[in-house]
Design a protein. Structure first.
Length: 344
C-alpha cells in the first residue's frame, strides 16, 4: 500500500507534540508551517494527510540534527490505545503473530510509513521494515525507527512480556551511548546499527503463544471495522494538493522533477501538465512555493548560516540561493521575516 493514499488519525501528531514537550519544544515550534491547530488535533473526527504529519516530524528533526535512536524512543511510546479499533483487534487476536499480521494487513491504520514484511528464520519470526521512497535519508531513518519501536511496544502490550526481542538491526548510524543503554532495557537486546537491513527478530515461542485477552468474536468485529475505516481514509485530494504534499516531503536538497511526480501519480507528464493548467497553476509554481517554504523554515533556525541553508536546499552556492530567494520573495534571505526574528 502507498501511504500517500490514506489519511490518518491526529493521535500520532499528538504523541509527537508530547514527545517534543518532554524535550522542551513548544507545540508551536513543531506545528510551524503545517496550518494545524490544537483544536483539529483534539478532534477525533479529523483526518490528517500524510504530508501534515511528515511536516511535524521534519520540524522535530530540525531541532535534533543528531537524531539516531530518536524514532525508536518515540515508537516505544505508541501504546495499543493509540491505534483505536485496530489496537483492540490486535489485543483480541488468537496469538501475537495473528496480531502482527492484522497490523500488517491494515498498515494505513498504524501510522507507519514503512512497509513491513514477515519471514520465518528457524525459531524466529522476523519482521523487515522497508524504508519509504522519496523521503530524505534522515526522515527515512526516523520513520523506520518509529515503526520498529512501535512494533516492540505492541508486542509487549499484547503479550505482557517486557523486552520481547531476540535481535534488532538497523541500517542507520548508531545512537548515542546514553540512548543505546536506555533502549536495551526496553528491547531485550542491544540494537545493531549500520546493518544491511532494518529488522526485528522475535522468538516463535512468543509469537505463537495464545494471547491472554484473545476473543474470536471481538477480533472478527474489529477486522470488519478496520476494513471500513481503511476505505473511509482513502484520500480524495485534488492533484495540486497531493503534489504539494509530495513536494513538502521530498528531500530538501534534491527537488523532484516533473517526471518523478508523474511516476508517483501513475500518470504521464503530459496529463500532469494538463491537470495543472486546468487548476490554474504549474509544476514550476508549486515547486518554487515548496522550496520557498523550506527555505523559510531553515532560515528560522539561527544556528544555521545562510551558506548552510543554501547547501541544505541543494544550491551550488550562496549566490544562487540568494538570487532564487529574491525572485520568490522580492527580498534577500538575510532580510527575510523568518531570519529577522533572530537578528536582535
Amino acid at each position: 500500500m502507498n501511504f500517500w493514499n490514506f489519511t490518518r488519525s491526529p493521535a500520532s501528531v499528538r504523541l509527537l507534540l508530547e514527545f517534543g514537550r518532554r524535550r522542551g519544544l513548544a507545540a508551536t515550534q513543531l506545528l510551524a508551517g503545517t496550518r494545524l491547530t490544537q483544536a483539529q488535533l483534539d478532534n477525533a473526527q479529523v483526518s490528517l494527510s500524510p504530508g501534515k504529519e511528515l511536516a511535524v516530524i521534519a520540524n522535530l528533526l530540525r531541532f535534533y540534527p543528531a537524531s539516531a535512536g530518536l524514532g525508536l524512543q518515540l515508537g516505544l511510546g505508541y501504546r495499543l490505545s493509540a491505534y483505536g479499533v485496530l489496537g483492540l483487534g490486535m489485543m483480541s487476536s488468537a496469538t501475537a503473530l495473528d496480531a502482527l499480521r492484522l497490523a500488517q494487513r491494515f498498515l494505513p491504520l498504524t501510522y507507519s510509513y514503512a512497509a513491513i514484511v514477515h519471514r520465518r528464520d528457524g525459531e524466529l519470526d522476523t519482521l523487515l521494515f522497508e524504508p519509504p521512497l522519496h523521503l530524505d535519508a534522515e526522515l527515512q531513518q526516523f520513520v523506520v525507527e518509529r515503526a520498529m519501536g512501535a512494533t516492540v511496544r505492541v508486542l509487549s502490550d499484547i503479550t505482557g512480556v517486557a523486552a520481547p526481542l531476540k535481535t534488532m538491526r538497523l541500517r542507520g548510524d548508531p545512537a548515542s551511548v546514553a540512548i543505546r543503554n536506555e533502549l536495551v532495557k526496553e528491547l531485550g537486546c542491544a540494537p545493531r546499527w549500520q546493518s544491511s537491513e532494518d529488522l526485528v527478530a522475535i522468538p516463535r515461542v512468543l509469537t505463537g503463544r495464545a494471547l491472554p485477552q484473545a476473543n474470536a468474536m471481538t477480533a472478527a468485529m474489529c477486522e470488519r471495522m478496520c476494513e471500513e475505516l481503511v476505505e473511509q481514509r482513502r484520500t480524495r485530494l485534488d492533484t495540486p494538493t497531493l503534489v504539494r504534499e509530495y513536494l513538502a516531503a521530498a528531500p530538501d536538497a534534491c527537488p523532484p522533477r516533473l517526471a518523478d511526480v508523474a511516476a508517483f501519480l501513475c500518470t504521464s507528464e503530459r496529463s500532469l501538465k494538463r491537470w495543472f493548467h486546468d487548476d490554474g497553476t504549474s509544476f514550476r509554481e508549486l515547486l518554487e512555493e515548496s522550496r520557498r517554504a523550506k527555505a523559510d523554515r531553515w532560515l528560522s533556525h539561527p544556528h544555521h548560516s545562510l551558506s548552510e541553508v543554501a547547501e541544505r536546499l541543494g544550491f551550488s552556492d550562496l549566490s544562487s540561493f540568494s538570487q532564487a530567494y529574491k525572485r520568490w520573495t522580492g527580498t534577500a534571505p538575510s532580510l527575510s521575516p523568518a531570519r529577522g526574528k533572530h537578528r536582535h
